[in-house]
Design a protein around this ligand. Structure first.
Ligand SMILES: NC(=O)c1ccc[n+]([C@@H]2O[C@H](COP(=O)([O-])OP(=O)(O)OC[C@H]3O[C@@H](n4cnc5c(N)ncnc54)[C@H](O)[C@@H]3O)[C@@H](O)[C@H]2O)c1
Ligand SMILES: [Fe+2]
Length: 405
């Protein structure tokens, strides 16, 4: 990246960092169970909702109790249950049509990041009926109040229940992008670890490492605050304590609770302090090949940390202490390297590999351009890279002749 581009990125990021205290960040109101939802909706005179979820979650019966209590309390509920991983523009459009046809007044996103983001994106289109999702992509483009939104995460996770973001895939171009604006922060989040009990080990592993990537990328970036550093470190501590346990025994509810908390804290940290190139590269790959976001990001994270080199050693030392793999008196370089090793090791223990099968070399230039477009100038990464420099990560995870399992 040339010096002028670097300067532009850093000035842009510094401007946003200075603005943090005056920007309207807020946290959702937290509920522990869905049982409190009908009363809350009635208090707000919201008697008609769109419940947005995916077929597996509804098929597993996770939404059943909520649907029943909404009905019992006279709240008209339309259900959109066709969300797929990496939700698309057409999915959001279909859900929006249902919202309008059924004259809904509020949204409930029940599921992983895909269902919550679909609900949030429907909210953006309701607030801005004359815009397309593409128009609203990027930073601070929604502006207007979205319908009252309740997020119920069933993965731990994306942290979408507390973030400004909704990540959507353009099904025609394969471009995955984020809408990022304050009205997209849900009004309410229901944090009930029971909703994550049925999460299979592989998805528990990938989504849990996504949480780690949020906390780590937020922590090593240049736009941290005292609060986001604390949230990120707490999330890292919880992931290293509980993720392996949650993967190995899905019924370990202490571990599930710890991971749901970590996911929320990771979301709180990165919604203010942003993510970095592990996410930008991951979005381009999951958009191109429809890969699971968490697992893809998990594989990329240690490569990206290594590429930043010694510039992030002080932050990595703090992360190593939080992860329990170094002490205050451990030499900085040693502690930093221990943290990266600990990320590799955690990936290995929970069954996440080191390569992403199925990448086509001829797609790399295009994907790296998309990643650079997403990352620069918005993400306050410790070391700036342009599209050419980002290409290395696709080759790092490239697997000759590999096909996806
Ligand atoms: N908005 C944000 O701040 C944010 C942050 C990170 C990622 N994302 C986006 O979120 C999406 C990924 O979300 P995700 O990783 O939570 O996964 P997901 O919502 O795509 O779900 C993955 C799979 O897990 C299944 N699943 C979810 N909960 C389950 C449960 N309790 N039991 C059994 N199966 C369950 C789903 O049916 C699905 O098949 C991506 O599009 C990603 O880009 C958004
Ligand atoms: Fe993520």
């Amino acid at each position: 990246m040339n010096i002028l581009e670097k300067l532009y990125c850093r000035v842009f990021q510094f401007g946003f960092k200075l603005a943090i205290p005056i920007l309207p960040y807020r946290n959702p109101n937290i509920l522990n169970q869905v049982d409190q939802i009908p009363k809350l909706l009635k208090e707000k005179d919201l008697c008609s909702v769109l419940l947005v979820t995916d077929p597996s979650i509804r098929g597993l019966g996770l939404t059943k109790h909520l649907e029943e209590i909404l009905k019992k309390n006279g709240i008209k509920t339309a259900v959109y249950d066709k969300v797929q991983p990496n939700p698309t523009v057409s999915t959001v459009e279909e859900a929006r049509q249902l919202y309008l046809q059924q004259d809904c007044k509020a949204l409930i996103g029940f599921g992983g990041g895909s269902s919550m983001d679909t609900a949030k994106a429907v909210g953006a289109l309701i607030a801005r009926p004359n815009s397309t999702l593409e128009d609203l992509g990027g930073i601070l483009r929604v502006w207007l109040r979205t319908p009252y939104t309740i997020a119920i995460p069933t993965t731990a996770g994306t942290g979408s229940e507390t973030t400004v973001a909704a990540v959507i895939l353009d099904d025609e171009s394969g471009h995955k992008y984020a809408l990022m604006d304050f009205p997209l922060i849900p009004d309410v989040a229901v944090l009930d670890p029971e909703t994550t009990r049925t999460l299979p080990p592989r998805i528990t592993a990938g989504t849990g490492m996504d949480t780690l990537a949020h906390a780590v990328e937020a922590y090593i970036g240049n736009s941290t605050t005292k609060l986001t550093r604390r949230e990120a470190l707490r999330a890292v501590r919880l992931v290293f304590k509980y993720l392996e346990r949650a993967v190995k025994n899905g019924n370990d509810m202490k571990a599930r609770r710890g991971m749901l908390r970590a996911s929320y804290l990771g979301g709180c940290a990165f919604t203010v302090s942003y993510v970095g190139y592990a996410h930008a590269v991951s979005h381009s790959l999951s958009g191109q090949y429809n890969l699971p976001h968490g697992e893809t990001t998990a594989i990329l994270l240690p490569y990206v940390l290594e590429a930043y080199g010694t510039s992030i050693y002080p932050q990595l030392k703090a992360l190593a202490i939080a992860a329990g793999v170094a002490h205050m008196d451990t030499e900085e370089a040693l502690a930093a390297q221990s943290f990266i090793r600990a990320v590799w090791e955690l990936n290995r223990k929970i069954g996440i590999g080191t390569r992403i099968p199925g990448i086509k070399k001829e797609d790399i230039t295009k994907m790296a351009r998309m990643a650079a477009k997403e990352g620069n100038p918005v993400y306050p990464v410790p070391v700036l890279m342009d599209a050419k420099a980002l290409e290395r990560f696709y080759y790092d995870v490239y697997e000759e002749g590999g096909t996806r399992s």
